[in-house]
Design a protein around this ligand. Structure first.
Ligand code: GAR
Length: 179
């Protein structure tokens, strides 16, 4: 099994769902106050806080140093709301994946769930894909559809999406990490 690092910026519900299924060796976080840090502490998973005040090239070099110290072989972005630069992409070529809460290529970027809800689509979903230099672009690995009913609010739709994310991401990661 390849050694996994999860990158996250926010609540970290996906981080925790992954950690319950797969051994996570390290968390990388760019927001000192993010709730995901508390989850890492509770789950006793080491974490690294990135100093993003530096130029991207420099803080990504810091990240790579940490990843190497922990013997990391694969990266899963889980709500890491920052572009991955050339430095990290070159060091971990084809070894970074992301989860996005829409059926890409629709509704990329921030607030994918709200974008789909506001647009009025009847089917939305989630996408796990390889990461390239774009925002939520890169080869798609797996998708799952989620129906939007007339009764759904943004809140109920968000709950359904997150539930699917928590199931799908660790399943996809397990398959990739054993190869
Ligand atoms: C997830 O819904 C994930 O798909 C999304 O951020 C959320 C993080 O939630 N990612 C993106 O929008 C990437 N563009 P979490 O912190 O509770 O795991």
């Amino acid at each position: 099994m390849k050694k996994l690092c999860v990158f996250a910026s926010g609540s970290g519900s996906n981080f925790e769902a992954i950690a319950r299924e797969i051994h996570v060796s390290l968390l990388v976080c760019d927001k000192p106050k993010a709730a995901v840090i508390e989850r890492a502490k509770r789950l006793k998973i080491p974490f690294f806080l990135v100093n993003t005040k530096k130029p991207r090239e420099d803080y990504e070099a810091d990240i790579i140093k940490k990843l190497n110290e922990h013997g990391i072989q694969f990266i899963a972005l889980a709500g890491y709301m920052r572009l991955i630069g050339e430095t990290l992409l070159n060091a971990f070529e084809n070894k970074i994946v992301n989860i996005h809460p829409s059926l890409l290529p629709s509704f990329a970027g921030k607030d994918g769930i709200k974008q789909a809800f506001d647009y009025g689509v009847k089917i939305t979903g989630i996408t796990v894909h390889y990461v390239d230099s774009g925002i939520d672009t890169g080869k798609i690995i797996e998708q799952a559809a989620v129906e939007v009913t007339n009764e759904d609010t943004l809140e109920t739709l968000s709950e359904k999406i997150h539930k699917e994310e928590h199931k799908l991401y660790s399943k996809v990661l397990k398959n990739i990490l054993i190869k």
